[in-house]
Write a protein that binds this ligand. Structure first.
Ligand SMILES: *Cc1c(COP(=O)(O)O)cnc(C)c1O
Length: 373
């Protein structure tokens, strides 16, 4: 972790949300604000449980499924400055930046943008904490799309990218190619000491953080393999293969094609279903019925409710994520998936909305149950 991500101090955790819990407990006080480039489900919940309020400062293009901006994960510096001026730097414990933004469709943030955010944050004395879960994929897009980086190795770009942040949370289940595991990294020794102390309450000893020794060994190897240029090109290439097929058939997906998944645009796919009847959830269910494909709703169900008013959020993006696990599927699986999506698209007019009949209090998308309207 230190070699490839470059952070000074690391504590292992059982998975990414374990790191988010510890980080939020250490840094966030009730009444604080945490700006970020779009929310992530578990990250925002831990921020809220610690008494903070998440504020979305991603560029507007990120909320538009059809915008072709090459770095839709970028932070809008004006939105960030406005927030800092409005609430004061002392109420912002850190800026929460994600590499390839999941909820926007796996969209990257540019090196230039992160550097600018870092410079701005430094002038106000605010930390940046990276969600490094898919930072390797982000490095790949920087190599492909950003001037100055086309000749640099993924490992070099990743290291530089992380150097513009003060720490990270990590879900090893994604870029790092393992079944379970994660970590929290911090450059500040005093924060690290606090984290190391909390780990023994919530995760396990600071030497293993809830992971078995063999899982730690696997993650160490996974990190090493994940930053190989050939690996990451093949990985993102498989995602592009599926996406390009769907684009060729005029099936509405988020563009540009992202790093880890294809996102079906349920708003355009099922325009007859209003958002409060869960079009993306409906589409995910239909894909499962059609071909046994397990997709993930990333729309109104995932967005949840405002912690202040209890009302549903109505996100601009109403998506179904077809996430591609690393090193699991063949091209034939991609073909089958594309054909199943095409079949559902062909029959889309007969689909009806859903009713939520069970809603858990937290992270409802994991356990909610639905019925046909
Ligand atoms: C998966 C994920 C997490 C949470 O990590 P877990 O290992 O599932 O607990 C956090 N952030 C992002 C971007 C993720 O994809």
């Amino acid at each position: 972790m230190q070699k490839y991500y470059g952070y000074r101090h690391i504590v292992p955790t059982h998975q990414g949300r374990g790191a988010e819990n510890i980080l939020s407990q250490i840094l966030i006080k009730p009444g604080d604000y945490i700006p970020g480039n779009m929310y992530f489900t578990t990250t925002r919940l831990h921020q809220e449980l610690a008494g903070g309020t998440f504020v979305d400062v991603i560029i507007d293009e990120a909320h538009d499924a059809q915008s072709l901006h090459p770095f839709k994960g970028n932070v809008d510096l004006q939105k960030l400055t406005d927030l800092i001026e409005r609430v004061g730097a002392e109420r912002i414990p850190y800026i929460s930046v994600a590499g390839t933004v999941n909820m926007a469709g796996g969209q990257p943030i540019s090196m230039a943008n992160l550097r600018a955010v870092y410079q701005l944050a430094q002038t106000y004395g605010i930390r940046i904490i990276l969600d490094a879960t898919r930072a390797v994929e982000n490095a790949y897009f920087i190599q492909q799309r950003e001037e100055d980086y086309s000749n640099q190795a993924i490992a070099t770009i990743l290291h530089k990218f992380c150097s513009y942040t003060d720490g990270c949370t990590m879900s090893g289940k994604k870029d790092a190619l393992v079944n379970i595991g994660g970590w929290l990294a911090l450059n500040d020794y005093n924060l690290y000491e606090e984290a190391r102390n909390l780990i023994v309450i919530y995760e396990g000893l600071h030497t293993y953080g809830g992971m078995a020794g063999r899982d730690m060994e696997a993650m160490a190897r996974g990190i090493e393999e994940s930053v190989q240029d050939d690996h990451i090109r093949a990985r993102v290439g498989q995602v592009e293969y599926l996406g390009q097929k769907l684009l060729d058939w005029d099936i509405p997906i988020v563009v540009p094609i992202g790093g880890h998944a294809i996102y079906l645009d349920a708003k355009r796919f099922l325009p007859q279903i209003p958002q409060d009847q869960f079009p993306a959830q409906c589409l995910a269910a239909e894909l499962y019925l059609e071909a046994g494909i397990r997709a993930m709703e990333r729309g109104i169900v995932s967005a949840g409710r405002s912690k202040e008013t209890g009302d549903n959020y109505y996100p601009e993006l109403e998506l179904v994520r077809l996430t591609i696990p690393r090193r699991v599927y063949t091209q034939a699986h991609m073909d089958l998936t594309a054909e199943a999506v095409e079949e559902v698209y062909y029959n889309r007019d007969r689909l009806r909305g859903l009713k939520m009949i069970y809603e858990p209090k937290y992270l409802r998308f994991f356990q909610a149950r639905f019925e046909l309207q």
